[in-house]
Design a protein around this ligand. Sequence first.
Ligand SMILES: [Zn+2]
Length: 402
Amino acid sequence: MSSGLKALASEFYLSFGRYIKNSNHLSRSRTYRDFVVTLIWLDKAIEQRRSSIGYLWKEEEQIMKAFDLLEATLGHEMTPGESWQDDINLWQWLDEGVLLVEPARSADSRNCDRAIVLSCGIHGNETAPIELLVAMIKQLSQVPRRLQSRVLFILGNPKAVAQGSRFIDENLNRLFSPQQKQLQPANPEQRRAAELMWMVDQFFSLSAPHQRRVHYDLHTAIRDSEHPFFAVYPYSEEGFSLSAVARLQAADVDTVLLSHAPATTFSHYSHAYHQAEAFTIELGKVKPFGDNDMSKLEPLKQLLEQMLFGQWPTPALNEQTIKLFGVTRAIHRQQQDFSLCFADDLANFSRFKKGQQLAQDGNVVIVAEHDGEAIVFPNRNVAVGQRALLTVIQSDPSILKD
Ligand SMILES: [Zn+2]
């Protein structure tokens, strides 16, 4: 065993001991011998990795090949549990498409003041966020930088990404709830939702109490939007945070939908069960790989880099330009005979006048109740009983608090 690894062993063993004591997932009967065997295996794996794919040695200089999250996931290049290290950071492939990067020295990792989850590809055809995170990870692998955060990168639905489809059997972003973890999975999305919740549970449970928790779940929208970049702020019992919204605004995400009720989205899960500053962030419209104008995502990339490597960003809110919308109604389809009274491609956040017809549900005509009431996420094809659209109305920034 290398001397560096030996030096880490006792500290690691102490944390490992605490971990298994607190965990239901690992057998409590694990012994010190098991632990040492694991370390030896890990040491060998690191050495093999260095010589096989990771590193080119040139005299004293060490150059790491760019790590490509997408290729590694779709090509099944990595084994869950595999880890490696650069000069500064420890990289761990926790599961297919789930990459943990944190400062290599455990003391530095503990001293980080943040724990950040960045997810993309929860819907497999939403490519711009995938390209963004792939580029950030490549850059970090080629030019190691000192992290101020533990970071969990997630490529959400690899099977759907491989097919270029939104999902295989079921919308993954409706499956994040504690109940789902207890069920026997009936399809790939249900299995993946349980895996991702477990990963996020572990990630946040191993973060120190002082660490700020963040989860940005990055998407692109199916339809056009009056506001192409917008975020969904999960329902929050303690109210909506001004500083969290100001950070979004710094990334050019200047429209925020304030949720009126709990949901089963990934961002709601992290917010409700791990107290994370969490958002679903829509970054323009769905396009194939290579067709995205990545320059539009530059402000978000800069914000994320500051969150990962710099001082915690605390921009001021521009109350003149931020657009906040509160949900007025969630309209569910009740009848088989259901139609929406506007064009299929009408943009999100299109506004209606009071009395204008929105939908016809059997014999019931649903109309706008206020001037300026806007529609979001309309879908006339949902099953009976499911939500067919949300209506929203602009809110005053005074609703935000800190
Ligand atoms: Zn999406």
